[in-house]
Design a protein around this ligand. Structure first.
Ligand SMILES: Nc1ncnc2c1ncn2[C@@H]1O[C@H](COP(=O)(O)OP(=O)(O)O)[C@@H](O)[C@H]1O
Ligand SMILES: [Mg+2]
Length: 407
C-alpha cells in the first residue's frame, strides 16, 4: 500500500519505519531526514496527494486533525486515518472533553468550568475547605503547559489569575477547568478506533520531566518503555470498558463518529482507572516504543480508515526502551544547526529523528527533542542496555538525555 504520513516528528518516523518494515511504501509531508531515508518527502499535503497518490493518509499531529484535515480528505474520497475536527475536540477543548466524559459516565475527577475569575476563586475555596486539592487546566491547547497542580488556595488563585485575568495562556486560558486533584499512578493507552470496534496497543510508559528521578521541567517526553508490568491485562480491559468504549459510543450517539487513535491518559486511584484526558493522536514518544514491538500496523490503520473490523496486531518483540536525546537548553530553549554524528548502532537499535534537518549534506539539530534511540530485546533490562549503548553513538554539542528510562 502507498501510505502518506502527515507530520514530521519522532512519532511519524516511527510509523513510517513500522510501515516500511511491513512492506508498504511511504511518503512524508513534511517528514524529516529520518522519514526521508524511507520514502519521498513533500512540502505539503496537496503536493503529496498529486505526486505520490497515496491509497491511505495517516495524520500524525493534533493540529491538522483539530483543523479538520481528516474531514477534508475523506470528502475527497481519500481513505484517511484520524478523527474529524468534531471528534478532535476531545483534545482541543478540555472543557468540552470533560462534558463528554460526564455525559458518557466515564470516571474522571469532579470538575467545574469557569470564565469568571471571582466565581472560579469561590469554587476553589470550597474545594480546599472540604480538604481537596485542585488541578487547574486551561481548556485550550497550551503546549503541555496548561495544567497547574495546586496544593494550597493561594497557589490556585494565582493560577486562575494567570489564566483568566492576565491572559498569560491567551485564548487557551479564557476557559478554565477546575478539578479535584487525584492521587495515584498514571499510565496512558493508545486505542485504535473504527466504526466496527476497538483495539488497544501494548502500553508504554512515558517520562515527562527533563531530569533523572522525575526532576526539573516538564517536556514533551524524554523517553518510554514497553511493556509496563504493573498495568495488567485486566486493567487494560477495565480501561477500555469504562474510559474508551463509553466515550466512543457516546460520541457516535451524538452524531460524531470517531475513528483513528484515541489516547487515554489514566490515573489509577484505589485500584480503579480515572480518565485525566483524551488526546486524538498517537503519543510521542510512546509510539516509538510501541511501533518497535508490533506488526500488522498497516492493515490495522487501513481497516480503521475504512470503518471495518480491526485485525489484531502481532506483538513480536517482548520489550522496547526509547531514550530521547535533547538539545542544549531544552525544554526552555533549543539550539538549531548543531552538527550531529551517528556511529554504528548496536543490534536491535533504531534511531528515530524528531528535531533534525539536513544542512549542506550534514545532519544538524533543528529542535528541542532531536532524536530518539529505540531498542528492542527479550526483556526490558537488555533493551535498556542496548538503548544506552546506542545513545553513546550519538554525538552533538549540548546533547542531554535521561539516564533512568525503563529503570
Ligand atoms: N485531576 C488531576 N489530579 C492529579 N494530577 C493531574 C490531574 N489532572 C492532570 N494531572 C497531572 O497533570 C498532567 C497533565 O494533565 P493533562 O490533563 O494530561 O493535560 P496535558 O497533557 O494537556 O498537559 C497529567 O499527566 C497528570 O500528571
Ligand atoms: Mg497529558
Amino acid at each position: 500500500m502507498r501510505i502518506l504520513i502527515v507530520g514530521g516528528g519522532g512519532r511519524e518516523h516511527a510509523l513510517a519505519w513500522r510501515l516500511t518494515q511491513e512492506g508498504h511504501e511511504i511518503a512524508g509531508a513534511p517528514g524529516n531526514p529520518g522519514v526521508g531515508q524511507l520514502g519521498p518527502l513533500f512540502e505539503n499535503v496537496s503536493d503529496a496527494l498529486r505526486g505520490f497518490e497515496p491509497e491511505l493518509v495517516v495524520i500524525g499531529p493534533e493540529d491538522p486533525l483539530i483543523g479538520g484535515m481528516a474531514d477534508e480528505l475523506r470528502q475527497r474520497g481519500i481513505p484517511t486515518f484520524g478523527p474529524g475536527g468534531m471528534g478532535a475536540r476531545l483534545e482541543a477543548s478540555k472543557a468540552w472533553s470533560k462534558k463528554m466524559m460526564e455525559e458518557a459516565g466515564v470516571p474522571t475527577a469532579a470538575a467545574t468550568i469557569h470564565t469568571d475569575y471571582q466565581e472560579a476563586c469561590e469554587e476553589v475555596a470550597k474545594r480546599f475547605a472540604s480538604g481537596r486539592h485542585v488541578a487547574i487546566k486551561a481548556s485550550g491547547a497550551a503546549l503541555g503547559k496548561g495544567v497547574i497542580l495546586c496544593g494550597d488556595e493561594l497557589h490556585a488563585r494565582h493560577a486562575l489569575s494567570r489564566m483568566l485575568l492576565d491572559e498569560e495562556f491567551g485564548d487557551a486560558g479564557r476557559l478554565v477547568v477546575v478539578e479535584d486533584f487525584l492521587e495515584g499512578r498514571e499510565f496512558s493507552i493508545l486505542t485504535v478506533v473504527s466504526e466496527q470496534g476497538l483495539l488497544s496497543l501494548p502500553v508504554a510508559q512515558d517520562y515527562k520531566r527533563v531530569g533523572d528521578g522525575d526532576t526539573g521541567e516538564n517536556t514533551g517526553g524524554m523517553g518510554t518503555y514497553s511493556p509496563v508490568p504493573w498495568v495488567t491485562a485486566e486493567m487494560v480491559e477495565e480501561t477500555e470498558a469504562r474510559i474508551v468504549r463509553p466515550i466512543v459510543d457516546h460520541l457516535r450517539a451524538k452524531g460524531v463518529p470517531y475513528s483513528g487513535v484515541l489516547f487515554s491518559g489514566v490515573m489509577v486511584v484505589d485500584g480503579s482507572p480515572y480518565c485525566l484526558e483524551y488526546n486524538v493522536r498517537f503519543g510521542d514518544p510512546e509510539t516509538q516504543s510501541v511501533m518497535r514491538r508490533v506488526e500488522g500496523v498497516g492493515d490495522l490503520l487501513w481497516a480503521a480508515a475504512q470503518g471495518e473490523a480491526l485485525p489484531p496486531v502481532r506483538v513480536t518483540e517482548p520489550a522496547a526502551v526509547t531514550v530521547v536525546a535533547a538539545s542544549a537548553g531544552y525544554p526552555a530553549t533549543s539550539q538549531k544547526g548543531v552538527p550531529i554524528t551517528l556511529g554504528e548502532m548496536p543490534e536491535g537499535v533504531v534511531v528515530f529523528h524528531a528535531g533534525t534537518a539536513m544542512q549542506d549534506g550534514q545532519l544538524v539539530t533543528n529542535g528541542g527533542r532531536v532524536l530518539a534511540v529505540s531498542a528492542v530485546a527479550d526483556d526490558l533490562e537488555q533493551a535498556r542496555a542496548r538503548a544506552y549503548a546506542g545513545m553513546d553513538q550519538v554525538a552533538f554539542a549540548g546533547k542531554h538525555f535521561r539516564s533512568d528510562i525503563g529503570h
